[in-house]
Design a protein around this ligand. Structure first.
Ligand SMILES: [Zn+2]
Length: 215
């Protein structure tokens, strides 16, 4: 399981649900979001829990979602990732690009023309690995989840057996911390993850165990 954009309201619900179920998860965090005081504590909790891994989702979330400017200036974007690396004490060089399902792993690159220069730079200049996702729990206005837990479960099962994943049989699932800040949505996350965990042959791993990731 992977969660993006934390620390944000919702992060600790993700934390508690995964901890209760014993599910390993990777939190792609934004440096800027960690500046407020209580949130630093959340990061420390995640860091101390062996089920979880902190990864890099840039410092400013692509200059606060100014994607054209961010990806158009790959050197500045790289510096932004490095600032997050230092401020969040990211343990391994694993990143996810804001707003983009892009990959840079073992000289295999996947992404739009807009983000490719940054992918190459992260790989060659700082030996960073970039991981996208295979299944997304989408959200609408107010950060409400779009798919029901059941619908997402079907999508996930399809991905696990299909040919579309970046690496077959390995399914990277994306959701955003803030989608689960309300109790009913937190419960929906619990329902989804509990059902997935109960399926035969399903093993949850943090992304440092994804094929091709160097530790
Ligand atoms: Zn994001």
């Amino acid at each position: 399981m992977s969660f993006d954009d934390g620390p944000q309201p919702g992060t600790m619900n993700c934390y508690h649900v995964c901890e209760q179920l014993g599910i390993k998860a990777t939190f792609f965090m934004v440096g800027l979001h960690a500046e407020e005081k209580p949130r630093k504590k959340w990061i420390d909790s995640i860091r101390r829990q062996p089920l979880f891994l902190i990864a890099n989702h840039s410092y400013t979330h692509a200059f606060k979602n100014h994607y054209q400017s961010f990806y158009g200036q790959p050197n500045l974007a790289l510096a932004d990732f490095m600032k997050a690396h230092d401020s969040l004490h990211v343990p391994l060089k694993i990143a996810r690009l804001p707003g983009n399902d892009a990959w840079a792993l073992n000289k295999r690159f996947k992404g739009t023309k807009q983000v490719k220069p940054l992918l190459y730079l992260l790989d060659s200049a700082v030996q960073y690995m970039v991981l996208g996702w295979d299944v997304e729990w989408k959200f609408k206005a107010g950060d409400k989840p779009i798919q029901s837990a059941q619908a997402l479960l079907l999508e996930t099962q399809k991905a696990m057996t299909g040919k579309e994943n970046f690496v077959k049989k390995h399914t990277v699932i994306l959701a955003h911390d803030r989608m689960f800040r309300r109790a009913e949505d937190r419960d929906s996350l619990y329902t989804y993850l509990a059902a997935l965990k109960a399926m035969p042959n399903v093993v949850f791993e943090t992304l440092d165990n994804y094929p091709g990731v160097k530790k």
